[in-house]
Ligand binder design. Structure first.
Ligand code: NAP
Length: 513
């Protein structure tokens, strides 16, 4: 028997899912987009399409394949709760294994047939007469959907540094998120710009391969030891044979992360002092030179930028073939980098570990909602959504990893899985009540965000440092200022009274007229 979706069964207006005319469009086939698709399938909903700009699933784990790319959240938590993997080979997963897990999961849930690859959305608008979203692709196709779920990820578009002369560089230029696997680093003079999460992973690998390495560290990061270890096959077999053990391990990691959350989030002196003590101990243990100790010790409160974990960053920058420049480059020439003190260093390759353009400050693409409201105008003072999921004035558009839902201390999936469930409940409500669209009330959204920004005042993130968490005006629109368990409680119920509703009947009449 053909699977009839809950949505189609209960909503007679829902058109049959065809390539350009969709009931539910999910934008992005990364972790969260695929998770949303699985959630829909589990609810019996099959009439959805995933629009993916690349030619493979995986999002950030497809793009970030630089040497050393790994996750700084423990593997057993950085995976779907409903699709646990007993065979993680390390406590902290590395990119090839995570990417394999994502592809395997997409295949297992038969998602590939739902994906329209090489489809990049450039703009979308809500047609009020039809009560449907329209979207234009980069190829000029026009698609429509009743419900859109944006799962484009927070860190998808690489940001290159603004350094005079960068465009004139004649050697090899790579961003960590656009790594060229065919480029052989051996024997090369390589510069890495940046000292954030990507830099601390790529630098030790570049140092091993290159003839000479120069690292440009404009701002040092707070770095903790990484409690990584290989997971022996015997232990993996135990997890496979006794799933209870696997669940127990995940449960333990989740609650340990929650326990440590105040050390990262709170700006209270007690937590900061304890955390900084640990990080400084790590520096003293791995760096003996006093001047270098000073150069790698941050002068801002721990937690203000992302706290990193690494056992091999400090050793790598002290290797015989390595040099740390405690500043950014002044200028780049055809075959060299000029330092701020005037020294010039010849290089064959430059690696930009300089992060991403943060879409939380702007819409992922041009989006026009009710009454022609442009999302960039609605988000003039920084992105805001209700519970990070719905934005007033943009009916039937839901976000995964939306504003203020970034994790600082735990797995992003602990947030997105809850959002998927919430969106599933919203779609279920529309289907059961034959609604064409729902739109979160502005006052509900505003009240929620007032609370979020009030709590931000007591966090490390607003304690005075420059980070991608903040907008130009200093507002944190990216992270959730609290425990994950508490965020989960907030999303437990879908409350229809918080939304304006538009019955589908009205649109049927419109159509007939
Ligand atoms: P990032 O944290 O934004 O770091 C960018 C680095 O580039 C910073 O050190 C920055 O210095 C430096 N930089 C930028 N422009 C520069 C310039 N003109 N001159 C010198 N230095 C410059 O980016 P990222 O390391 O790619 O990490 C971004 C996020 O991705 C992380 O916060 C994390 O959420 C995620 N990530 C996660 C993992 C993981 O293990 N799960 C791994 C990698 C990335 P300033 O600090 O002075 O601005």
């Amino acid at each position: 028997m053909a699977v009839t979706s809950l949505f189609t069964r209960l909503n007679p207006l829902a058109p049959k899912s065809v390539d350009t005319d969709m009931d539910i469009a999910i934008v992005g086939a990364g972790f969260s987009g695929l998770g949303m698709a699985i959630q829909l399938k589990e609810a019996g909903i099959e009439n959805f399409t995933i629009l993916e700009r690349a030619a493979e699933v995986g999002g950030t784990w497809r793009d970030n394949h630089y040497p050393g790319a790994a996750c700084d959240v423990a593997s057993h938590l950085y995976s779907f709760s409903f699709e646990q993997n007993p065979n993680w080979s390390r406590a902290f997963g590395q990119q090839p294994e995570i990417f394999d897990y994502i592809k395997r999961t997409a295949a297992k849930y038969d998602l590939y047939k739902h994906i329209r690859f090489n489809t990049s959305i450039v703009k979308s608008w809500f047609n009020e007469d039809e009560g449907r979203w329209h979207a234009q692709t980069a190829d000029g196709d026009e698609l429509t959907a009743q419900v859109v779920v944006s799962a484009v990820g927070a860190l998808a578009d690489p940001a290159y540094p603004k350094i005079p002369g960068l465009d004139d560089f004649q050697g090899k230029l790579m961003h960590t998120a656009q790594w060229d696997d065919d480029y052989d680093l051996s024997g090369k003079r390589v510069a890495v710009i940046g000292s954030g999460a990507s830099a601390i992973q790529v630098v030790p690998e570049v140092q091993k391969a290159a003839a000479r390495l120069t690292v440009f560290q404009r701002t040092p990061s707070w770095i903790m030891p990484k409690p990584d270890r290989p997971i022996p096959e015997k232990e993996q077999a135990e997890y496979a044979e006794r799933p209870f053990k696997l669940h127990k391990r995940r449960f333990r990691i989740y609650w340990m992360s929650e326990l440590f959350a105040p050390f990262i989030i709170s700006n209270k002196k007690f937590f900061k002092t304890q955390a900084e003590k640990m990080a400084k101990q790590h520096i003293r243990k791995q760096v003996k030179d006093r001047d270098l100790q000073k150069a790698v010790t941050p002068d801002y409160a721990i937690g203000c930028k992302r706290i990193l974990i690494s056992n091999d960053w400090y050793p790598a920058i002290q290797a015989d073939n390595a040099e740390l420049i405690a500043d950014g480059p002044a200028e780049i020439k055809a075959n060299s980098i000029v330092l701020k003190d005037g020294r010039e260093i010849e290089v064959d390759a430059i690696v930009c570990a300089t992060g991403f353009k943060v879409p939380s400050k702007a819409a992922p693409f041009q989006v026009q909602g009710l009454n022609g409201l442009d999302m960039n105008d609605a988000w003039d003072d920084g992105a805001e959504a209700y519970k990070g999921v719905a934005v007033s004035g943009f009916p039937n558009l839901f976000f995964l990893m939306g504003p203020n839902t970034g994790p600082s201390h735990t797995s992003v999936l602990a947030f997105t899985e809850m959002q998927m469930e919430y969106i599933g409940k919203a779609i279920g409500h529309m289907a059961r009540n034959n609604l064409q669209w729902i739109d979160v009330k502005k006052r509900v959204q505003d009240r929620f965000n007032r609370g979020i920004q009030k709590r931000m005042e007591n966090t490390s993130w607003t304690s005075g440092c420059n980070s991608w968490y903040l907008t130009d005006s200093g507002k944190n629109t990216t992270l959730y200022p609290g425990f994950n368990w508490e965020y989960r409680m907030r999303l437990w119920l879908f409350r229809p009274s918080e939304y304006h509703e538009q019955p589908a009947d009205r649109f049927r009449k419109n159509k007939a007229a």
